[in-house]
Structures are given as structure tokens and as C-alpha cells.
Design a protein around this ligand. Sequence first.
Ligand code: PMP
Length: 408
Amino acid sequence: APPRDQDRALRERARKVIPGGMWGHMNAARLPAAFPQFFWRAEGCRLWDADGNEYLDFMCGFGPMVLGYRDPDVDAAAAAQARLGDIMNGPSPLLVELAELLVGTVAHADWALFSKNGTDATTTCVTIARAATRRRKILVARGSYHGAVPWCTPSLAGVTAEDRAHILHYDYNDPDSLEAAAQEAGDDLAAILATAFRHDARRDQELAAPAFARKARALCDASGAALVLDDVRAGFRLDIAGSWEPLGVRPDLSAWSKAIANGYALAAVTGSDAFRAAASEIFVTGSFWCTAVAMAAAIATIGKLRDGGGIAQMAAMGQRLRDGLAAQAAAHGVGLRQSGPAQMPLILFEGDSDFERGNLFTSETVRRGVYLHPWHNMFLSAAHRPADIDRALEATDAAFAAVAARFG
Ligand code: PMP
């Protein structure tokens, strides 16, 4: 039977046996009280929480669910492989098939290797860049998120200065600041790391400026450093060949995870021939990095996305939501800022530095069964249909009315 009214009791039990009740970005204590912590099940673009409430979802598990929860084709491919084996003493033949698929799909890729989390992939890119160049400095955009280990985690608790000794910062989309950081690194520059676009939480998103991407490429070409694209969050939602492909800028190394296997745990690094030797020189592995089920899921996911027009579908549904929200905000006289690609939308309210409006707005939609986020970018999936967007817009209309009533 579906659970009823269990969220509060689960949180109380969790407080006793889990540090802080929950760690990291999925801690519901970061969100208004209306948001649930625990979820019971999910299907398509819908979630059910441990209190028995149903939601139309616009977070997609913070990104992985690119085709929708429990996609039947992906789950069938995963189940078929599960009947054969998952962990074995080495990879299944699917390892080669998946690497061939990525090399055939991702424009810059001559090879691929696999791990589990986005942090594994970004850290491996940094290690390969240093191994290839025999240099140390890594340029990272101020405020960009690349994972949760000492060289990049946003909390400095437990991090030493030595962990960050060779990380230099630049401002995203600012070619001059990138050039200055490269000059500071001098002949010790190993890599320039950049996310696909600026998707830092709690501020407007910015698409990558072509001049910025080209400057990053030129600085790496001139110095022999690696251009590393962190495509963990945006990968397979903007362009199946890589998120900077529309800009005409190809990275040397890319980090992938989230959407690669529609929710099965998998990450990948893709690279060009110039970095192949270094990628075979470093030692990377993990107990679960070769699970065949996740590779079967990735093959099914990438094939279905490529052949099914999923990216265009997500963009269209995101635009339908964006247009609807813009019209409603105007009608209610509420200042709303929408930024980023339509399929990865962020909504912020004007004059809302403490997120009071955003918290009220999303609390009102959550109460009406629509899960939106007050300050993190959201994610559309290929399972979202026009009727889902229209149903979401009924909830947002009421939520705008509540914001207008409280804040004028
Ligand atoms: N890079 C980016 C751009 C991300 O968005 C994330 C995850 N939010 C990561 C790296 C780290 O991925 P993971 O949480 O799977 O380790």
C-alpha cells in the first residue's frame, strides 16, 4: 500500500542515524517546509512522496531522468543485462559497445572511460590533464560546481589549503579574466575547466558566450593545456554531440554523468587522441565502475535520445512552461527572471535576495502537486507532455496570485 504521512516520522528517525538528517544537495532542510524529504516512487514526469502526495516533477532527480522515471525501454535493457550479470571479474562486452557509441556520438571523443559519479569524471579529467602536461595549475570559474571532493567541494570544512594549492579562478564568460588567470598559471597551466553554461545556484544562469569558449580553446591551443568541459549537468540535454558543439568549440576532455543512463549510476570521461596516452597512464578504478546494468541502460538511453528527438521535445516543453510563466507573471504584476536553456530553466523573482518570494511561490506549487525549485536550475525530461505543462501552469497561476497578495 502507498505510504501515508510518513515524512515527518522518517525525518525524526533520520536525525538520529544520519548526520544532519540528510547530507548534501538533497537535504530538504535547505528548502521550505512544504517540500518533502522522502519519496516513495516515480514514473514518467511524476513523483509520489512518503506522505502519499503526487507531484508533477520539474527536477528529474536533479538531472539524471532525461527520458523520464522508469523509462520502459531503458528499464527493459537494464533488466535483460541484470539477468546475465552486473558486477563480474571484468567488464561485459557492453563496455566496448558503449565506448563505441560515445565515440560515434560525441564530436570530440576518440575514446571513453567510465566511472560512477560526476565528481569521479571531473577529477579524472583533472588527473589526465596533469599527467599529460606534467603541469599543476587548473583554472576553474569562480562559483562553478564541479563535485564534492577536496579540490572542488563548495564547503571548506575538512579541506586543506594544499588541496586547493593549484586551483586558480576566473570569471565565467569573461575572456579577459580567463586570460589573466592563464597568465598567472604561466608555464604550469595544466587545464582550463568550464561548465557547459553558467548554472551556479541562486543566481541567473548564463549561456556560454562564444567569445569566451573560443578564448578558452585558444589559450589551451597556445599552451598545450587541456580544455576540459564539465558536461555533467548539461550533457545530453543541449546537444547530443556535446554542449559546446553548437558554439563550434571542441574540448579535449569532457566529464559526463547525470543524464547518461537515465538514472542508472554511471559517469564517463571522453577525450581526444592527444590525451589518450595520459588516460592510460593514470590509475583510476572503483568497485562499481564496470557494472554492466548501467552500461546497458546508457546504451538504451543515448540511442533513444538520439533517435527520438528527446532534446528538441524537452526544449519545446521548457519553452511552453517559460512562455506560460512569463505571461502569468506579467498578468499578476510580479517581476520574474527566467534564465538558462528552456530545458534547464531557473526562475528567480525580482528584489528577492532572501528568496522569500521564490520560497512562497514554490511552496504554493508543491501544495498543488507541482515540484519546482526556488533557487536551483530545474530539468525537463522527454516524458513531459503539453498537458503536463498546462497542468503545471494552473498551479503556478495560483502561486503567482499568492506572491502578489503577500508582496504586492
Ligand atoms: N559537475 C557539475 C557541473 C555538476 O552539476 C555536478 C553534480 N551536480 C557534478 C560535477 C558532480 O557530479 P556528482 O554529484 O555526480 O558527483
